[in-house]
Design a protein around this ligand. Structure first.
Ligand SMILES: [Zn+2]
Length: 187
């Protein structure tokens, strides 16, 4: 039911090429949206929208860092708009495909989205798809079809099944990592 990494990756590369109007072979799995491909924040929004439509998922409103900061408060991920030591550690853990040299304490906290690569989206999409129920909680059927973002319809009993959104997945991830990182970083 969940498409494979390679399949998602190719679809992400295709959409990036479409949105940025560049040849698809320019978009490698590790191309960074900003520096390598010249994508801007509006492109990012278009990309997210295209992927949400394709996969019937919902990412999160606002920035990743803001969302993480909300979960991890009162610890601070940024100070004076620069990454704190904890902020850098959290982002490095969240975005393992990004060179950690770019996610260091004291670097600008804004514009993290420009570091996104096709692999980043593959990871986020898979996280959301993996969190979806596999079977209808009412009748147990596995015939679930996406009818709108984050909602599956059971083809057997017509029950609607809600799926965790990208925001809920990110929150769950953040709560998990918070425990692991606490104590090893001062804010
Ligand atoms: Zn059902």
């Amino acid at each position: 039911m969940i498409p494979g990494d390679q399949q998602i990756l190719e679809q992400v590369q295709k959409i990036i090429a479409e949105v940025l109007r560049i040849p698809q072979d320019q978009v490698t799995p590790d191309s960074q949206l900003g520096e390598d491909l010249g994508g801007e924040s509006l492109d990012f929004v278009d990309l997210q929208f295209g992927l949400e439509t394709d996969y019937g998922v919902e990412f999160y409103q606002g920035g990743t860092l803001d969302k993480l900061a909300e979960v991890l408060a009162p610890q601070k991920l940024e100070e004076n708009e620069l990454l704190s030591s904890l902020g850098a550690a959290i982002l490095q853990a969240r975005m393992p495909e990004v060179d950690p040299a770019r996610l260091q304490q004291g670097q600008p906290a804004a514009g993290i989205e420009s570091f996104y690569t096709p692999r980043t989206w593959v990871r986020v999409i898979k996280e959301i798809l993996s969190a979806r129920p596999r079977a209808c909680p009412k009748c147990g059927s596995d015939q679930l079809k996406v009818v709108r973002p984050s909602v599956l319809l059971c083809q057997a009993c017509r029950n609607e099944v809600n799926c965790p959104t990208g925001e809920e997945c990110l929150e769950a991830w953040a709560k998990n990592i918070a425990g692991a990182l606490q104590g090893s970083h001062k804010t």
